[in-house]
Write a protein that binds this ligand. Structure first.
Ligand code: DQA
Length: 164
């Protein structure tokens, strides 16, 4: 008896949910930049530990840093095309100045968590106002590099429930 060939239907694997981490200006200098405010961990170390955490949860994590407002805005626009589910953003100095970056996040309507390494509320008065906080799901500040991990853990725990 000859075996009948059955057509195998190999369904394309579900694309992994994507999370984007955006780092604003001067954060490329982490590790050496004002360690009393920002700690000694480098940006690549932070990104690597976030990537490991995301991978273990089956989530794809992209990290992007720029010192240019327009580049940050364009990365956020691209996130919508890529179906990014959530963003973690430390807008750095743009926190206190950039209506345009705020508008980009509002335009793509991707839920985001705002993170700051330092506690901006205990620093100079000009750092107390953020153009992002009222749009954010949540804000974490003052917990150093742990703030990024806590933001990611929150999103990983909630990505299927709250974020569609
Ligand atoms: C920062 C705080 C901002 O005021 C500052 O301009 C930064 C970093 C933080 O992570 O603590 O560049 O966002």
């Amino acid at each position: 008896m000859t075996k009948r060939k059955t057509a195998k239907t190999t369904a394309a694997p579900e694309p992994k949910p994507r999370i984007l981490v955006v780092h604003g200006p001067n954060l490329n200098l982490l590790g050496t930049r004002e360690p009393e405010h920002y700690g000694r961990m480098t940006l690549s170390h932070i990104n690597l530990s976030l990537a490991r955490l995301a991978e273990a949860a089956g989530v794809e994590l992209d990290a992007f840093q720029s010192n240019h407002e327009g580049a940050l805005i364009e990365r956020i626009h691209a996130a919508r095309e890529q179906g990014v589910r959530a963003i973690i953003i430390n807008p750095a100095g743009y926190t206190h100045t950039s209506v345009a970056l705020r508008d980009a996040l509002a335009a793509v309507a991707i839920p985001f968590v705002e993170v700051h390494l330092s506690n901006i509320h205990t620093r100079e008065p000009f750092r107390h106002h953020s153009y992002f906080s009222d749009l954010a799901i949540g804000v974490i500040c003052g917990l150093g590099h742990d703030g990024y991990r806590l933001a990611l853990e929150y999103l990983l725990n909630n990505i299927d429930i709250n974020i569609e």
